[in-house]
Design a protein around this ligand. Structure first.
Ligand code: FAD
Ligand code: SF4
Length: 490
């Protein structure tokens, strides 16, 4: 092993891979914003790691990646070993390297904070992209087929992570999704400027090579009955996500030109990705599929989370003349990743903080003309420790708009086909798991669940962690002996 240059971080600044120039982004380029490190850059950046002995980065990473260890392997150009180590904790490392809000997770807790955190996400992407391009694949040579079969409902990150771990345990995983492609929100939610869809196609190839089977364009509860699934398979994993949209109950929210965020992003992803724009809509969304022409329009996005950031940046690429994000708290209390806010600003998005929407206003033909907002101050923290936005009396004003996009968040919903099989949910629609049972096992002991359907809308990496750990519970419940090398410690 080479000797570590402990003070490399003093000589070499933190850098990110090059980004697409802003002029291209604002003229409709949907390509992935960040490029890739080359070998020299990746080794320099990996060499900035102090190997501090107390890897807060690993603890803060929801899948507990062995970050200092794979950074060391990168310095030694042992990329295939680094890729195997990445996969030992994370079934979708190249995806997380791209979309995790690293400033809140691994990089946000790097010891080097003051000198610029190690660029962990970009190096993770470098390792896995490089290894996969060179033909490296997970090594399953010691896996013995068990004859067990598990159905996975949902090909999002939770379902894919579960499938990966089941394949490593010799369990045949059959993944169902109502969409015609895998990825869930990775494919049809997160825009391509954050995640190139070729990455998901490559992951599909890897998973199929591991023996995972996909049955796409099949909606459970509509095309296949739940009872049939339960009869045919030894266990079922639910990774069905969170799709009930929070509208905020604003007067005027049904006006022409007011769009819910997720159908807007899903439909746009379909078009940008060359999918049939009229492909199978989500039940209840059939009438929201027509995407308005945003070119030359004034667009106001309500909400300051990651979805809001994706909406403002998509609107820029769709040619909107002016894009404004209105958020009810201040910038420091915004839930969206600071990196995404900075990118949006650079692309010309205007942020109005401390503005709470009161109503959406109509013109003569019932089309939207703007949003009445009131200024706010931050009050006392709520039960979760977040400071409430308190309206300032008499500070109302009209924010003019031709299109308003509502991005207040999503929550899961328990469908009848699951409740009729004994699966239970909390009042807010989250599938109930664990308790006296195995982790991620539902009240129907043959059914397991994880990801947004259990946690509520959250992150890719937390869905991956839950899919991975649910697979460990399924394997235990099936009484299957997995090769210890294949199943990582949680
Ligand atoms: P999903 O990804 O939602 O996948 C669920 C799948 O289940 C879907 O494919 C759906 O079609 C399928 N399904 C549901 N019901 C059925 C059924 N009955 N039959 C068959 N199939 C079914 N997280 C980040 O970490 N970084 C980001 O930058 C980020 N950006 C985001 C941007 C947007 C616009 C949104 C909405 C979310 C974003 N997230 C981000 C959150 C992240 O995408 C989710 O937390 C994650 O995808 C949840 O994974 P999941 O597998 O639980 O569900
Ligand atoms: Fe950081 Fe996400 Fe990778 Fe963990 S999975 S190391 S949080 S980028």
């Amino acid at each position: 092993m080479s000797r570590k240059q402990v003070f490399q971080f003093l000589d070499l600044p933190r850098t990110m891979p090059q980004r697409i120039p802003v002029e291209l982004r604002t003229s409709g380029d949907w390509g992935e914003l960040y490029g890739k490190f080359d070998k020299a850059d990746a080794q320099y950046q990996a060499g900035r790691c102090l190997d501090c002995g107390n890897p807060y980065c690993s603890w803060k990473c929801p899948v507990h990646n062995a970050i200092p260890q794979w950074l060391q392997l990168v310095q030694e150009n042992r990329i295939e070993e680094a890729a195997a180590l990445c996969h030992s904790t994370n079934p979708l490392p190249e995806v997380c390297g791209r979309v995790c809000p690293q400033d809140r997770l691994c990089e946000g807790s790097c010891t080097l904070e003051e000198f610029g955190a190690v660029t962990i996400g970009a190096v993770e992407k470098y390792i896995v992209d490089t290894a996969l391009a060179a033909g490296w694949r997970p090594d399953l040579h010691d896996v013995q087929p068990t004859g067990k079969r598990v159905a996975i409902v949902g090909a999002g990150p939770a379902g894919l992570a579960c499938a990966d771990r089941l394949a490593r345990a010799g369990v045949h995983a059959v993944v169902f999704d109502r969409y015609e492609q895998i990825g869930g929100l990775l494919q049809f939610g997160i825009p391509s400027f954050k995640l190139d869809k070729a990455v998901i196609a490559k992951r599909r190839e890897v998973l199929e090579g591991m023996g995972v089977e996909f049955r796409l364009g099949v909606e459970i509860g509509r095309d296949v009955e739940a009872a049939q699934l339960l009869g045919e398979f030894d266990a079922v994993f639910l990774g069905t996500g969170a799709y009930r949209y929070t509208d905020g109950g604003l007067p005027g929210q049904d006006l022409k030109g007011v769009l819910p965020a997720l159908p807007f992003l899903v439909q746009n992803s379909r078009i940008v990705g060359g999918n049939d724009p009229w492909g199978r809509p989500i039940a209840g969304w059939e009438d929201t599929l027509a995407l308005p022409d945003l070119s030359g329009k004034r667009v106001v996005v309500l909400g300051g989370g990651d979805t809001g950031m994706d909406c403002v940046r998509s609107a820029v690429r769709l040619g909107a003349a002016k894009v404004t994000c209105a958020y009810r708290r201040d910038e420091a209390n915004m839930p969206g990743s600071a990196r995404e806010v900075a990118n949006a600003r650079e692309e010309g998005v205007r942020f109005l903080f401390n503005r709470q929407p009161l109503s959406i206003e109509a013109g003569a033909d019932d089309e939207v003309i703007g949003v009445t907002v009131v200024e706010t101050m931050l009050g006392e923290p709520d039960a979760r420790g977040r400071r409430n936005a308190v309206p300032v009396e008499g500070s109302e004003s009209l924010l003019e708009a031709d299109v308003v996009i509502i991005a207040f968040g999503f929550s899961p919903e328990l469908p009848e086909w699951l409740s009729s099989q004994g699966v239970q949910s909390s009042d807010n629609g989250r599938i109930l798991v664990g308790g006296a049972r195995l982790p991620y096992q539902t009240a129907n002991t043959k059914v397991f669940a994880g990801g947004d359907a259990v946690r509520g809308a959250d992150l890719v990496v937390t869905a991956v962690a839950e899919g991975r750990d649910a697979a460990a519970s399924i394997v235990q419940w099936l009484g299957v002996e997995a090769a210890p090398r294949q199943i990582a410690a949680a």
